[in-house]
Write a protein that binds this ligand. Structure first.
Ligand SMILES: C[S@@+](CC[C@H](N)C(=O)[O-])C[C@H]1O[C@@H](n2cnc3c(N)ncnc32)[C@H](O)[C@@H]1O
Length: 275
Protein backbone atom coordinates (compact mmCIF):
# COMPACT_ATOMS: atom_id res chain seq x y z
CA UNK A 1 0.00 0.00 0.00
CA UNK A 2 1.51 3.35 -0.85
CA UNK A 3 1.93 5.94 1.86
CA UNK A 4 -0.77 8.20 0.36
CA UNK A 5 -3.44 5.54 0.28
CA UNK A 6 -4.37 4.84 3.87
CA UNK A 7 -6.39 1.75 4.72
CA UNK A 8 -9.22 4.12 5.72
CA UNK A 9 -9.41 5.65 2.21
CA UNK A 10 -9.52 2.21 0.62
CA UNK A 11 -12.27 1.15 3.05
CA UNK A 12 -14.31 4.24 2.17
CA UNK A 13 -14.08 3.47 -1.54
CA UNK A 14 -14.92 -0.17 -0.92
CA UNK A 15 -17.98 0.82 1.17
CA UNK A 16 -19.14 3.24 -1.51
CA UNK A 17 -18.81 0.50 -4.11
CA UNK A 18 -20.96 -1.82 -2.01
CA UNK A 19 -23.56 0.89 -1.35
CA UNK A 20 -23.97 1.70 -5.05
CA UNK A 21 -23.57 -1.72 -6.70
CA UNK A 22 -23.71 -4.41 -4.00
CA UNK A 23 -20.20 -5.57 -4.95
CA UNK A 24 -17.92 -6.28 -2.00
CA UNK A 25 -14.14 -6.08 -1.96
CA UNK A 26 -12.34 -7.87 0.85
CA UNK A 27 -9.22 -6.10 2.13
CA UNK A 28 -6.99 -8.66 0.34
CA UNK A 29 -8.42 -7.36 -2.91
CA UNK A 30 -7.91 -3.64 -2.15
CA UNK A 31 -5.00 -3.71 -4.59
CA UNK A 32 -7.69 -3.63 -7.33
CA UNK A 33 -8.69 -0.14 -6.19
CA UNK A 34 -5.16 1.19 -6.51
CA UNK A 35 -4.63 -0.36 -9.95
CA UNK A 36 -8.02 0.64 -11.38
CA UNK A 37 -7.82 4.27 -10.32
CA UNK A 38 -4.43 5.17 -11.82
CA UNK A 39 -5.78 6.58 -15.07
CA UNK A 40 -8.62 8.48 -13.33
CA UNK A 41 -6.16 10.18 -10.95
CA UNK A 42 -4.11 11.18 -13.98
CA UNK A 43 -7.21 12.46 -15.82
CA UNK A 44 -8.41 14.53 -12.83
CA UNK A 45 -4.86 15.50 -11.86
CA UNK A 46 -5.19 14.08 -8.35
CA UNK A 47 -1.87 12.98 -6.79
CA UNK A 48 -2.98 10.06 -4.59
CA UNK A 49 -5.90 8.02 -3.28
CA UNK A 50 -6.21 9.95 0.00
CA UNK A 51 -6.68 13.23 -1.91
CA UNK A 52 -9.11 11.54 -4.26
CA UNK A 53 -11.22 10.26 -1.36
CA UNK A 54 -11.23 13.73 0.28
CA UNK A 55 -12.49 15.20 -2.96
CA UNK A 56 -15.24 12.58 -3.23
CA UNK A 57 -16.26 13.12 0.42
CA UNK A 58 -16.39 16.88 0.01
CA UNK A 59 -19.33 16.12 -2.31
CA UNK A 60 -17.95 18.57 -4.83
CA UNK A 61 -17.45 16.06 -7.54
CA UNK A 62 -20.20 13.51 -8.13
CA UNK A 63 -18.88 12.49 -11.54
CA UNK A 64 -15.50 11.70 -9.97
CA UNK A 65 -17.22 9.30 -7.56
CA UNK A 66 -19.12 7.56 -10.37
CA UNK A 67 -16.01 7.34 -12.58
CA UNK A 68 -14.03 5.80 -9.71
CA UNK A 69 -16.66 3.20 -8.81
CA UNK A 70 -17.16 2.23 -12.45
CA UNK A 71 -13.40 1.86 -12.87
CA UNK A 72 -13.19 -0.48 -9.87
CA UNK A 73 -15.97 -2.76 -11.19
CA UNK A 74 -14.72 -5.91 -12.86
CA UNK A 75 -15.86 -5.85 -16.52
CA UNK A 76 -14.08 -9.02 -17.56
CA UNK A 77 -15.97 -10.69 -20.42
CA UNK A 78 -15.44 -12.28 -23.81
CA UNK A 79 -17.42 -13.47 -26.82
CA UNK A 80 -19.11 -16.89 -26.50
CA UNK A 81 -17.82 -17.14 -22.92
CA UNK A 82 -17.85 -20.72 -21.53
CA UNK A 83 -18.14 -22.18 -25.02
CA UNK A 84 -19.78 -25.47 -24.02
CA UNK A 85 -22.51 -23.77 -21.96
CA UNK A 86 -23.03 -21.16 -24.65
CA UNK A 87 -23.52 -23.91 -27.24
CA UNK A 88 -26.07 -25.51 -24.91
CA UNK A 89 -27.80 -22.14 -24.63
CA UNK A 90 -27.99 -21.37 -28.34
CA UNK A 91 -28.91 -24.98 -29.21
CA UNK A 92 -31.09 -27.14 -26.91
CA UNK A 93 -32.09 -24.42 -24.41
CA UNK A 94 -33.35 -21.99 -27.05
CA UNK A 95 -35.03 -24.92 -28.82
CA UNK A 96 -36.90 -25.75 -25.59
CA UNK A 97 -38.00 -22.13 -25.21
CA UNK A 98 -39.04 -22.05 -28.88
CA UNK A 99 -41.17 -25.15 -28.40
CA UNK A 100 -42.99 -23.40 -25.51
CA UNK A 101 -43.60 -20.23 -27.47
CA UNK A 102 -44.71 -21.62 -30.86
CA UNK A 103 -48.06 -19.81 -30.58
CA UNK A 104 -46.77 -16.33 -29.69
CA UNK A 105 -43.51 -16.55 -31.68
CA UNK A 106 -42.15 -14.02 -29.26
CA UNK A 107 -39.13 -14.53 -26.97
CA UNK A 108 -37.65 -12.10 -24.45
CA UNK A 109 -34.04 -12.50 -23.27
CA UNK A 110 -32.22 -10.41 -20.64
CA UNK A 111 -28.44 -10.20 -20.35
CA UNK A 112 -28.48 -8.69 -16.87
CA UNK A 113 -24.80 -7.83 -16.24
CA UNK A 114 -23.69 -7.37 -19.82
CA UNK A 115 -20.38 -5.55 -19.35
CA UNK A 116 -19.25 -4.26 -22.79
CA UNK A 117 -21.91 -6.28 -24.62
CA UNK A 118 -19.98 -9.35 -25.76
CA UNK A 119 -22.61 -11.67 -24.20
CA UNK A 120 -25.62 -10.22 -26.03
CA UNK A 121 -23.71 -9.80 -29.29
CA UNK A 122 -22.70 -13.49 -29.14
CA UNK A 123 -26.35 -14.38 -28.66
CA UNK A 124 -27.51 -12.14 -31.52
CA UNK A 125 -24.85 -13.59 -33.83
CA UNK A 126 -25.88 -17.16 -32.92
CA UNK A 127 -29.52 -16.29 -33.74
CA UNK A 128 -28.50 -14.71 -37.05
CA UNK A 129 -26.48 -17.79 -37.93
CA UNK A 130 -29.78 -19.69 -37.69
CA UNK A 131 -31.93 -17.05 -39.34
CA UNK A 132 -34.08 -19.58 -41.20
CA UNK A 133 -35.04 -21.33 -37.99
CA UNK A 134 -36.01 -17.99 -36.40
CA UNK A 135 -37.78 -16.57 -39.42
CA UNK A 136 -41.12 -15.04 -38.33
CA UNK A 137 -40.05 -14.85 -34.68
CA UNK A 138 -39.71 -11.69 -32.65
CA UNK A 139 -36.71 -12.00 -30.32
CA UNK A 140 -36.13 -9.14 -27.97
CA UNK A 141 -32.73 -8.93 -26.24
CA UNK A 142 -32.36 -6.53 -23.31
CA UNK A 143 -28.80 -5.84 -22.20
CA UNK A 144 -28.23 -4.07 -18.89
CA UNK A 145 -25.39 -3.21 -16.53
CA UNK A 146 -25.02 -1.03 -13.43
CA UNK A 147 -22.14 0.80 -15.09
CA UNK A 148 -22.94 3.67 -17.48
CA UNK A 149 -19.47 3.36 -18.89
CA UNK A 150 -20.08 -0.32 -19.70
CA UNK A 151 -23.47 0.45 -21.29
CA UNK A 152 -22.14 3.27 -23.43
CA UNK A 153 -19.34 1.01 -24.69
CA UNK A 154 -21.81 -1.85 -25.29
CA UNK A 155 -24.10 0.46 -27.29
CA UNK A 156 -21.23 1.38 -29.62
CA UNK A 157 -20.41 -2.26 -30.42
CA UNK A 158 -16.79 -1.38 -31.07
CA UNK A 159 -14.00 -3.67 -29.83
CA UNK A 160 -10.23 -3.59 -29.92
CA UNK A 161 -8.01 -6.24 -31.44
CA UNK A 162 -7.43 -7.99 -28.12
CA UNK A 163 -11.19 -8.17 -27.37
CA UNK A 164 -12.17 -9.70 -30.73
CA UNK A 165 -9.44 -12.28 -30.37
CA UNK A 166 -11.10 -13.64 -27.25
CA UNK A 167 -13.72 -16.27 -28.03
CA UNK A 168 -14.79 -15.03 -31.45
CA UNK A 169 -14.12 -17.50 -34.29
CA UNK A 170 -12.32 -15.79 -37.18
CA UNK A 171 -15.13 -16.69 -39.62
CA UNK A 172 -17.67 -14.80 -37.48
CA UNK A 173 -15.30 -11.85 -37.05
CA UNK A 174 -14.97 -11.47 -40.80
CA UNK A 175 -18.71 -12.01 -41.37
CA UNK A 176 -20.14 -9.70 -38.71
CA UNK A 177 -17.48 -7.03 -37.99
CA UNK A 178 -15.70 -4.46 -40.09
CA UNK A 179 -12.36 -2.93 -39.27
CA UNK A 180 -12.43 0.76 -38.31
CA UNK A 181 -8.96 2.19 -37.67
CA UNK A 182 -7.44 -0.10 -35.01
CA UNK A 183 -10.82 -1.45 -33.86
CA UNK A 184 -13.60 -3.74 -35.05
CA UNK A 185 -17.22 -2.53 -35.41
CA UNK A 186 -20.13 -4.99 -35.12
CA UNK A 187 -22.66 -4.97 -37.94
CA UNK A 188 -25.49 -2.50 -37.26
CA UNK A 189 -28.10 -5.24 -37.93
CA UNK A 190 -26.72 -7.22 -34.97
CA UNK A 191 -26.59 -4.14 -32.75
CA UNK A 192 -30.22 -3.31 -33.68
CA UNK A 193 -31.35 -6.66 -32.24
CA UNK A 194 -30.36 -5.46 -28.74
CA UNK A 195 -31.75 -2.77 -26.40
CA UNK A 196 -29.42 -1.30 -23.80
CA UNK A 197 -30.08 0.37 -20.48
CA UNK A 198 -28.50 1.03 -17.13
CA UNK A 199 -29.92 -1.23 -14.41
CA UNK A 200 -28.79 -2.15 -10.93
CA UNK A 201 -29.67 -5.76 -10.20
CA UNK A 202 -29.69 -5.22 -6.44
CA UNK A 203 -32.18 -2.39 -6.65
CA UNK A 204 -35.69 -3.80 -6.38
CA UNK A 205 -37.56 -0.59 -7.16
CA UNK A 206 -37.61 -0.87 -10.93
CA UNK A 207 -39.23 -3.74 -12.80
CA UNK A 208 -37.90 -4.44 -16.29
CA UNK A 209 -40.60 -6.89 -17.38
CA UNK A 210 -40.86 -10.65 -17.78
CA UNK A 211 -38.42 -12.85 -19.68
CA UNK A 212 -38.13 -16.37 -21.09
CA UNK A 213 -34.40 -16.44 -20.37
CA UNK A 214 -32.13 -14.42 -18.11
CA UNK A 215 -28.35 -14.53 -18.29
CA UNK A 216 -26.71 -13.48 -15.05
CA UNK A 217 -23.13 -14.62 -15.33
CA UNK A 218 -20.06 -13.78 -13.32
CA UNK A 219 -21.45 -10.88 -11.30
CA UNK A 220 -23.20 -12.52 -8.34
CA UNK A 221 -20.08 -13.97 -6.76
CA UNK A 222 -18.84 -10.74 -5.19
CA UNK A 223 -22.22 -9.58 -3.88
CA UNK A 224 -22.76 -9.50 -0.13
CA UNK A 225 -25.25 -12.04 1.24
CA UNK A 226 -28.07 -9.48 1.52
CA UNK A 227 -27.51 -8.25 -1.98
CA UNK A 228 -27.43 -11.77 -3.40
CA UNK A 229 -30.92 -12.25 -1.96
CA UNK A 230 -32.09 -9.00 -3.54
CA UNK A 231 -30.59 -9.93 -6.91
CA UNK A 232 -32.28 -13.34 -6.86
CA UNK A 233 -35.62 -11.73 -5.93
CA UNK A 234 -35.29 -9.51 -8.98
CA UNK A 235 -34.42 -12.44 -11.21
CA UNK A 236 -37.29 -14.58 -9.90
CA UNK A 237 -39.73 -11.72 -10.41
CA UNK A 238 -38.59 -11.23 -14.00
CA UNK A 239 -38.84 -14.88 -15.10
CA UNK A 240 -42.02 -16.37 -16.54
CA UNK A 241 -42.96 -19.73 -14.97
CA UNK A 242 -40.75 -22.42 -16.56
CA UNK A 243 -38.38 -19.78 -17.94
CA UNK A 244 -34.61 -20.25 -17.66
CA UNK A 245 -31.73 -18.65 -15.79
CA UNK A 246 -28.19 -19.12 -17.02
CA UNK A 247 -25.38 -18.49 -14.51
CA UNK A 248 -21.59 -18.50 -14.88
CA UNK A 249 -19.84 -21.86 -14.96
CA UNK A 250 -18.42 -21.37 -11.43
CA UNK A 251 -21.70 -20.14 -9.91
CA UNK A 252 -24.67 -21.85 -8.27
CA UNK A 253 -27.85 -20.52 -6.68
CA UNK A 254 -26.94 -22.06 -3.30
CA UNK A 255 -29.57 -21.27 -0.68
CA UNK A 256 -30.62 -17.99 -2.24
CA UNK A 257 -33.75 -19.07 -4.07
CA UNK A 258 -36.48 -21.65 -3.61
CA UNK A 259 -38.19 -20.58 -6.81
CA UNK A 260 -35.36 -21.67 -9.09
CA UNK A 261 -34.51 -25.31 -9.71
CA UNK A 262 -31.49 -26.82 -11.44
CA UNK A 263 -32.41 -28.15 -14.91
CA UNK A 264 -31.87 -31.88 -15.16
CA UNK A 265 -31.28 -31.71 -18.92
CA UNK A 266 -29.15 -28.56 -19.11
CA UNK A 267 -26.18 -28.30 -16.75
CA UNK A 268 -25.62 -24.78 -15.39
CA UNK A 269 -29.19 -23.70 -16.15
CA UNK A 270 -32.05 -23.14 -13.69
CA UNK A 271 -35.78 -23.14 -14.27
CA UNK A 272 -38.33 -20.89 -12.56
CA UNK A 273 -40.84 -23.14 -10.80
CA UNK A 274 -44.54 -22.39 -10.45
CA UNK A 275 -44.36 -21.27 -6.78
C1 LIG B 1 -17.32 -9.86 -14.77
S1 LIG B 1 -18.51 -8.93 -15.69
C2 LIG B 1 -19.42 -10.27 -16.44
C3 LIG B 1 -19.93 -9.93 -17.83
C4 LIG B 1 -20.70 -11.05 -18.53
N1 LIG B 1 -21.94 -11.35 -17.84
C5 LIG B 1 -19.85 -12.29 -18.64
O1 LIG B 1 -20.08 -13.26 -17.91
O2 LIG B 1 -18.94 -12.30 -19.45
C6 LIG B 1 -19.59 -8.40 -14.38
C7 LIG B 1 -20.46 -7.21 -14.77
O3 LIG B 1 -21.43 -7.04 -13.74
C8 LIG B 1 -21.69 -5.65 -13.61
N2 LIG B 1 -22.32 -5.43 -12.31
C9 LIG B 1 -21.75 -5.37 -11.08
N3 LIG B 1 -22.67 -5.11 -10.14
C10 LIG B 1 -23.86 -5.01 -10.77
C11 LIG B 1 -25.20 -4.76 -10.33
N4 LIG B 1 -25.47 -4.55 -9.06
N5 LIG B 1 -26.18 -4.74 -11.26
C12 LIG B 1 -25.91 -4.95 -12.58
N6 LIG B 1 -24.66 -5.17 -13.06
C13 LIG B 1 -23.65 -5.21 -12.16
C14 LIG B 1 -20.30 -5.03 -13.77
O4 LIG B 1 -20.38 -3.66 -14.11
C15 LIG B 1 -19.70 -5.89 -14.88
O5 LIG B 1 -19.89 -5.33 -16.15
Amino acid sequence: MNIHSSKRSLEILSNLLEERTGQTLSSERYWRIQTSLQSIMKEYNIPDIDSLVSEILSNMNRSLETDCLEAILNNESCFFRDQASFALLTGPVLDAIKANKEKEKNIRIWSSACSFGQESISLAIALSENSQKWSGWNIDILSTDVSNHAISRAKKGRYNHFEVQRGLPIGLLVKYFKQVDQDWQIDQKILDMIHYRNYNLVNNDIFVGKFDLILCRNMLMYLSEDNKIKAFQNIEKALYPNAYLMMGSAETIGEYSNKLEPCQDFRGFYKRNLM
